[in-house]
Design a protein around this ligand. Structure first.
Ligand code: PMT
Length: 402
């Protein structure tokens, strides 16, 4: 990232152990060219001393609404006007609840009320607190009000729990902030994305499927939408929700996914095939639950349609990015799929080994196109998605100019 972010960022730090990561975020933003002013809530000071942020931002840190030193710096209304973006990282459950209810009993809450600029929150809390209906409802309400919600990520927590509630890493947050200010490269483009697994019925209660969680495809949908695209997401059964700006079409089987994609592909500028489509289906699923009789049994499987290959055979085919999920010889297999499926680009990831591929929150991708390639090093899927959409947009636009 070059020093190109000529913006004023007001960084709000609330009480949480992730406050130590905010120091690195300041360093990254300053390095990117931003002016950063830091405001801490009283509880944030229990975790990190203001001096740390002061040294990194090069400015005094604001902590009190009624400040005897206010003459020597901006007052809270000036600060609110100064900010091009207000980022609260980490945003605790308590702060999120108060922000939702319009409280102004500390400097940071007052600034959020007084600022006309966009507010972004990076939630960070114990996974149970995050999952609590009250927190979920508060986050939904803030999102509906235009507050950007960045994260949280899943993983080990300081309290010993494992789950969703970790603050996004500073690199990811700084990437999101840069992207917030960059004009959308895909403005007005129609982007069709397939995501998640498919389920192929064996009988009314059993099916063949795979471990795809949809995280990669949904992150791509969000990144494409943030890059200005009009996004349709054809999704197999997953546990996650798409961003509000994305149109979701829910499907179950490979044939349903094929029909939904083929219906929409002619109107799309770009198609991203991120779904883990079952390669085989049971030819004749049983009409009733199959009874166990102790004997071994055989299932007759037939191939499913190759959706992405059908799209690239269309007369007016969209610019197509396929995925390759490989357990070995990743690059070689991906190059073979790029040619065989007539793709414009392919994103190859190694699967079967965490921390990349299926289910995991992180991924590493080798992107290949006919005359080039680029490695997107291991990072959160949210960040990998932004990098991949950026690369895809460049290739797509270069292709259009030909
Ligand atoms: O969902 P997550 O848990 O986040 O995991 C992400 C992921 C690992 C599923 C994703 O990154 C990924 O690799 N998706 C493609 C999975 C896959 O099916 O790869 P493949 O190498 O088997 O297929 C190659 C390409 O053909 C893919 O673009 C696939 O969507 C497409 N395909 C495959 C079979 C089929 N019948 N129709 C297809 O269109």
């Amino acid at each position: 990232m070059g020093a190109t972010l000529k913006k004023n960022i007001l960084l709000g730090v609330t009480g949480g152990i992730a406050a130590y990561k905010s120091a690195e975020l300041i360093r990254l933003l300053v390095r990117a060219g931003a002016e950063v002013r830091v405001v801490m809530t009283p509880s944030a000071r229990e975790f990190v001393q203001p001096m740390t942020y002061q040294a990194l931002s090069g400015h005094r840190v604001y902590t009190e609404i009624f400040d005897a030193d206010a003459d020597s710096a901006m007052d809270h209304i000036e600060l609110a006007r100064w900010a091009d973006l207000v980022v609260i990282a980490p945003a605790s459950a308590n702060f999120i609840a108060k922000l939702r209810d319009g409280y102004a009993d500390n400097l940071l809450l007052t600034l959020c009320l007084a600022s006309k600029s966009t507010v972004a929150i990076a939630p960070a809390m114990n996974q149970q607190m995050y999952a609590n209906d009250a927190t979920q409802e508060n986050i939904r309400a803030l999102g509906a009000r235009g507050v950007k919600v960045w994260g949280p990520a899943e993983g080990d927590q300081a309290c010993g729990d494992v789950g969703l509630g970790r603050m996004l890493e500073p690199e990811g947050l700084s990437e999101l902030i840069c992207q917030f200010f960059s004009p959308g490269k895909l403005l007005g483009k129609q982007v069709l994305i397939s995501a998640g697994p498919t389920r192929e019925a064996i009988d009314p209660v059993r099916y063949i499927s795979n471990r795809s969680s949809g995280k990669m495809g949904y992150a791509l949908a969000q990144a494409a939408s943030e890059a200005g695209a009009d996004v349709t997401l054809v999704s197999g059964p997953v546990e996650i929700s798409p961003p509000q700006s994305v149109r979701r079409v829910s499907v179950t089987s490979a044939i349903e996914m094929r029909d939904a994609v083929i219906e929409r592909a002619p109107g799309a500028d770009i198609f991203i095939a991120c779904a883990a489509v079952s390669d085989y289906r049971v030819e004749k699923p049983a009409a009733h639950k199959i009874k166990k009789d102790g004997a071994s049994m055989q299932l007759e499987l037939v191939p499913t349609p190759d959706i992405v290959s059908e799209v690239t055979q269309l007369g007016n085919k969209p610019f197509t990015l396929g995925f390759a999920a490989e357990t070995e010889d990743v690059e070689q297999h991906a190059r073979e799929k790029l040619t065989r499926k007539n793709l414009d680009m392919i994103a190859a990831n190694q699967v079967g080994v965490r921390p990349s591929g299926f289910e995991s929150d992180t991924n590493e991708i080798l992107v290949i196109w006919p005359d080039g390639q680029q490695l997107l090093a291991l990072g959160e899927k949210r960040v990998i998605a932004i990098q991949l959409i950026d690369l895809l947009a460049d290739r797509y636009l270069a292709n259009e100019r030909k």
